[in-house]
Design a binder for this molecule. Structure first.
Ligand code: GLC
Length: 562
């Protein structure tokens, strides 16, 4: 299938290499039908916002048919739009309008598991142990007398056991919720089905896929017991030997070498299509050279670089993350990616307002330490300014352009993340970063829905942060994001290379680098530092970033040297 070339695209490198990609979380972006849940027509109606933000592409989190036990990451039919979100025609309309605006569309692919409502899982439950229907999933007999013990000791990433027993006594594996049975990627039917799903969406004109839990599809063939904690962020371990890459031991459910064959095969499918279609791996894999294997020339095009995201407010740590990921990616010839927020982590405007932002916490509750909103937002703006100058592609999460904080006061009965329930409330979960967006300060549900309905309550602080309250306001976070993407494009930031500028980082806490003739300086220390005399200020993360020739704390600048 042939796609129209994107407007004014004369580059020779693929579009995704330095693209700014905006994550839309359909449940919470905009609700056209007023049921309190966002939908595809809502997104289409607000695409001008993305155009004015100057992003190159949007990535849609799942909108497929789903019982929504994990907010759509439990897919019951990979080729249907859930009626909550609209129809296939609504998807086509969205994709076509985005194309007209020069914004490419990336969709989520969830291949590690299906929903328990998927016809395959229903067939597996109805069929006997040992049947072809069961072989599409990971069913095993239990251990102990009568097989009453699970086949191994794996736990679910969301808490609780990783196995559930069915009435005939067998057990099925679910690395996530009990309603998300893991697929068996050794079964050729599973492989063929996803080939077809991928082609289905490529034929509908999508430019790429974000691949969910890309490191999880293949499990160790023996399904051995494992005493580690089954978590996305801590899913791998290192031996600490002489060669940490070679001696690295992945957890038996993650980052098994067999996953790479799947991605080589998918890359062949992408190659049948024009227009530099791409895939980005969501793979919580360490160390960086293991992650870089996912972006070897014949595999995926991108992988999220979470090493940068999990750093704290610490210039040295950020520099280490930059070095480590860039070196690993250069070794395989792939550009890198940058991201500070998504639908699974605490929003960076709040993370940076905590005493220790490195807590890899997936949520903040009312009883937890509350972030300092002012400091958090200042630091978030500064970190984003630095991030958007780094070579590579950058991902933005909806609402960060408004400076939205994490919602920390959500009542227990409003929370929907299965993590909250499965951990018995110990882990409040990720709802706090998923609250519907505020568009209009004075409208019901701040303009999210025409009826004022909202599937999660919006904090009162959203009023001042609504898009219309920031529109055209100098110094607002929204206007800063627009300036950053416009100037990034004009100055070709994101392309080329970078070099540390130690001569401009006079003390601990200062991060300084040059790229495309621009000097970027970020101040994570608690005092101001002199900037080079005569430098021209191109952009500051806050209007008062420079005071008497010095860069103030919690701020960053792009400068042109004399
Ligand atoms: C990915 C998604 C997350 C989901 C999980 C299970 O990590 O980003 O939201 O819960 O996969 O599908």
């Amino acid at each position: 299938m042939t796609l129209e070339p994107a407007p004014a695209d004369t580059r020779t490198t693929p579009w995704w290499a330095d693209a700014v990609i905006y994550q839309v979380y359909p449940r919470s972006f905009a609700d056209a039908d007023g049921d309190g849940m966002g939908d595809l027509p809502g997104i289409t109606s607000r695409l001008d916002h993305l155009a004015s933000l100057g992003v190159d592409a949007l990535w849609l989190s799942p909108f497929y048919l789903s019982p929504q036990h994990d907010a759509g990451y439990d897919v019951a039919d990979y080729r249907q739009v859930d009626p909550r979100f609209g129809s296939l025609a609504d998807f086509d309309a969205l994709r076509e309008k985005a194309d007209r605006l020069g914004i490419r569309t990336i969709v989520d692919l969830v291949p590690n598991h299906t929903s328990d409502e998927h016809v395959w899982f229903q067939a597996a439950l109805a069929a006997a142990p040992g049947s072809p229907e069961r072989d599409r999933y990971i069913f095993r007999d239990g251990r102990g007398p009568d097989g009453a013990e699970p086949p191994n000791n794996w736990t679910s990433v969301f808490g609780g056991p990783g196995w559930t027993r069915v009435p005939d006594g067998q057990w099925y594996l679910h690395l996530f919720d009990v309603t998300q049975p893991d697929l068996n990627w050794h079964n050729p039917e599973v492989v063929a089905e996803f080939d077809d799903v991928i082609r289905f969406w490529l034929d509908r004109g999508v430019h790429g896929f974000r691949v969910d839990v890309a490191h999880g599809l293949v499990k160790h063939p023996d399904l051995p017991d494992w005493d580690g904690h089954t978590a996305m962020v801590e899913g791998t371990t290192r031996t600490g030997g002489a060669d940490p890459i070679e001696e690295h031991v992945p957890a038996p459910m993650f980052d098994q070498d067999g996953v790479h064959e799947i991605y080589r095969h998918w890359n062949d499918i992408l190659g049948e299509y024009d227009g530099d279609r791409m895939m980005v791996a969501e793979a919580w894999v360490e160390p960086a050279p293991r992650l870089a294997k996912y972006v070897r020339p014949d595999e995926m095009q991108q992988a999220f670089n979470f090493e940068f995201l999990i750093e704290g407010w610490d210039a040295a740590g950020m520099a280490r993350a930059v070095d480590s990921v860039m070196a690993a990616n250069e070794a395989v010839g792939a550009p890198t990616t940058w991201v500070l927020s998504n639908h699974d982590v605490v929003r960076h405007a709040s993370r940076f307002g905590l005493a220790d932002p490195t807590g890899r916490s997936a949520g903040i509750g009312a009883d937890d330490e509350q972030p300092d909103a002012g400091i958090g937002l200042r630091r978030a703006r500064a970190a984003t300014l630095a991030m958007l100058a780094l070579p590579g592609s950058a991902y933005l999460y909806q609402g960060e352009e408004l400076g939205l904080p994490e919602a920390t006061q959500l009542p227990a009965d409003a929370r929907e993340d299965p993590t909250f329930v499965r951990s018995g409330g110990a882990d409040v979960g990720r709802d706090g970063c998923r609250v519907p967006l505020p568009w209009e300060a004075g409208a019901p549900a701040y303009g999210f829905s025409p009826t004022g309905a909202s599937w999660l309550p919006q904090p009162a602080s959203f009023a001042d942060l609504a898009a219309d309250a920031q529109e055209g306001v100098p110094g607002s976070t929204l206007e800063l994001y627009r300036q950053m993407t416009a100037l990034r494009r004009e100055l070709h930031l994101g392309t080329g290379t970078m070099a540390w500028a130690e001569e401009h980082a006079p003390a601990e806490g200062i991060l300084a680098f040059t790229t495309e003739g621009v000097l970027v300086v970020l101040n994570t220390a608690d005092r101001a530092f002199e900037l080079p005399a005569g430098a021209e200020l191109l952009l500051g993360s806050v209007p008062d970033a420079i005071d008497g020739g010095a860069l103030v704390p919690d701020a960053a600048v792009w400068l042109r040297l004399p």
